[in-house]
Design a protein around this ligand. Structure first.
Ligand SMILES: [Zn+2]
Length: 424
């Protein structure tokens, strides 16, 4: 969990779930979003009450394992809970607080809010929705003025609205969300989804110790699923079935499926006629909502690169947090993954009788001699990757493990190579 927080600290999503253990202690779940666009557990806190001090203490514990969190975190997505707001302001003072879009809409369904105005709610409701979905400051201001003139500038509803929403530093409108790196998150839905799964294995009759044990087991299962996803990414290469466009093929091949999908759509949009909206952009950055939210190349950047005659797709434009590099780095540190497979078993020629020690020595020497040039004749990343494969193999042998080798990269080329080996 700590490692996930270190790798993906920018956006934290949090939600509290109730009635989990025998003494009714609420559980706070913290989640981050990984390079596969999936939620990754960043922490759990079983708390005695939802008092401000307790919720703050829980968040402090989270940052204890990763002291850079206040510097690295940009956005926390919550439902509107005053204790959580106070905790974030204390522990993560530089972070923006984004309210879950679903919960914002729920608040305006409540009877006590609707009763603050005697106007017909069918007239008020569309204006509230306009405010929530306002795509620009101008759209927001226009809807705000319409609301004010409909319910009355000094009405109870307007006083409530100004205090709790209009003047609130919390982010709840679309245009303000679009001004931050949110990795596209606008609800606490993914944490609520996880809470639903937690409730399938934990009931309110359980003792706290057993709840902790179950949560730990769930975490282990999640880690294994993440390892599998990482292994699949390393061992498989994706191709687009219906496109022969080399840019699309590159995007699919070098990115995680999540990133490949959204970047591909931006690239395809760049092939269509441009819209009338103009953006301040270079070949590397843009001020459009998509780029700000994901920091991934948008349709405008692709179009600009085409006009300027530079390579349409440049992989350095993909921030490291969206690539599997961090995961692989952590895997090498042995802190994240249990995958000890570096790459498809290759059959060696079997001999009838056993080899003498001299023969074994000679065959190994010969094989290593053959291996050498495939590593030292490479440069840059390729050299490093190939060397790392061999070092990982030595490491596994030292620990008494066995190794199977799966070729990554161009699989067809690999298959051809494998075909060159004598099948005995
Ligand atoms: Zn753009």
């Amino acid at each position: 969990m700590r490692v996930a927080l270190e790798m993906y600290p920018e956006v934290l999503i949090t939600d509290t779930t109730y009635s989990l253990c025998s003494n009714n202690m609420p559980l706070i779940v913290y989640e981050v979003v990984d390079c596969f666009g999936a939620g990754r557990l960043a922490g759990y806190a079983i708390i005695i009450s939802e008092k401000k001090e307790i919720v703050t203490g829980a968040l402090e514990m989270l940052t204890l394992g990763f002291p850079d969190m206040p510097l690295k975190n940009k956005v926390v997505v919550i439902d509107k809970d005053q204790s959580e707001v106070a905790a974030i302001n204390t522990v993560l003072p530089n972070s923006e607080i984004h309210l879950c879009d679903y919960h914002v809409k729920e608040v305006f369904k409540r009877a006590y809010v609707r009763k603050l105005t005697d106007k017909n709610w069918d007239e008020v409701d569309p204006l509230i929705k306009k405010l929530i979905h306002a795509y620009s400051k101008e759209d927001y201001d226009m809807a705000y003025n319409q609301l004010s003139s409909l319910v009355g500038k000094d009405s109870k509803f307007m006083v409530y609205f100004n205090n709790n929403w209009h003047n609130s530093p919390l982010v709840w409108t679309e245009y303000k969300r679009n001004m931050s790196f949110t990795v596209g998150e606008r609800t606490t839905g993914r944490v609520e989804n996880r809470n639903g799964k937690i409730k399938q294995v934990i009931s309110r009759k359980m003792a706290v110790a057993l709840v902790i044990r179950r949560l730990r087991s769930m975490n282990t299962i999640s880690s294994v699923q993440n390892d599998y996803k990482l292994f699949k990414s390393l061992a498989k290469t994706s191709y687009h079935k219906y496109s022969s466009d080399p840019v699309v093929q590159t995007i699919m091949k070098v990115n995680t499926p999540f990133v490949a999908d959204i970047v591909k759509r931006q690239y395809e949009r760049s092939l269509e006629p441009p819209s009338s909206t103009s953006h301040a952009l270079t070949c590397e950055s843009c001020d459009c909502p998509f780029f700000i939210k994901f920091k991934l190349p948008c349709s405008h950047i692709f179009r600009e690169r085409r006009i300027k005659g530079v390579d349409i797709y440049d992989h350095t434009l993909i921030p490291q947090r969206w690539t599997i590099d961090l995961e692989c780095g952590k895997a090498r540190d042995n802190t994240l993954t249990r995958i000890e497979i570096i790459a498809a078993p290759l059959k060696t020629n079997k001999r009838k009788g056993p080899m003498t020690s001299e023969e074994r020595f000679n065959v190994v020497q010969h094989t290593l001699k053959e291996l050498g040039p495939y590593i030292y004749d490479c440069g840059g990343d390729q050299f490093q990757n190939r060397l790392n494969s061999v070092l990982s193999m030595i490491d596994i042998f030292k620990k008494g493990g066995e190794v199977a080798v799966v070729g990554t990269g161009d699989v067809t080329k690999c298959d051809k190579l494998l075909g060159q080996y004598p099948s005995n």
